[in-house]
Design a protein. Structure first.
Ligand code: IMP
Ligand code: MG
Length: 178
């Protein structure tokens, strides 16, 4: 185990099993609909996206978008688009793929953006959900794991851009950020 990890919250195997479950669920729910376009939010969602798509048996496409909060105006929920989509999503069924929903501001804004771009449907899938931290009203349609209010790293989640490569979700030792 990495020396900065206080404890493992979700193991590699649990993540793999849950991703399979969610992939099969999406396959079932979209089998008679237009295959969805997965829009993954960089950078944290990449490992989850890679695990999930193996288990979606549909003609899906995936795209990336990168957004960041405006410094100083975080409470407004405004975000800056660092990388926009490379294709139109007009009349498409979009599934937003996120690593974690914390305050909910990012997804609230990105969801609105997807509707503005003309998506016919917008759903959300997140590996982790921290409902205690929510400041805006937003709920995912597919949730991997609901977790307590602790700072987690691994499987795409970072602290200062590090630990994204850990194969599990762990709680970061307090001494690493205090
Ligand atoms: P929010 O829901 O707009 O507050 O932002 C969610 C984003 O905050 C995620 O995509 C992560 O990048 C980051 N984040 C929130 N909680 C954690 C955590 O516990 N560990 C690592 N990143 C986190
Ligand atoms: Mg993120």
């Amino acid at each position: 185990m990495n020396k900065d990890v206080a404890r493992i919250l979700i193991s590699e195997e649990e993540i793999r099993n849950k991703s399979k479950e969610l992939g099969m669920l999406i396959t079932e729910e979209y089998k008679d609909k237009k295959a969805p376009i997965l829009v993954a939010l960089l950078t944290g969602s990449v490992p989850f996206l890679a695990e999930l798509i193996k288990h979606i048996d549909l003609d899906i496409e995936y795209e990336f978008m990168d957004v960041s909060s405006y410094e100083g105006t975080e409470s407004t929920g405004d975000i800056k688009i660092l990388k926009d989509l490379d294709r139109s999503i007009r009349n498409e069924n979009v599934i937003l793929v996120e690593d974690i929903i914390d305050t909910g501001r990012t997804l609230k804004t990105v969801t609105r953006l997807m509707w503005e771009k003309g998506a016919s449907d917008v759903k959300i899938i997140t590996l982790l959900d921290k409902p205690e931290r929510r400041t805006v009203e937003i709920e995912a349609d597919y949730i991997g794991f609901t977790i307590p209010n602790e700072f987690v790293i691994g499987f795409g989640l970072d602290f200062d851009q590090k630990y994204r490569n850990l194969p599990y979700i762990g709680v970061l030792k307090e001494e690493c950020y205090k």
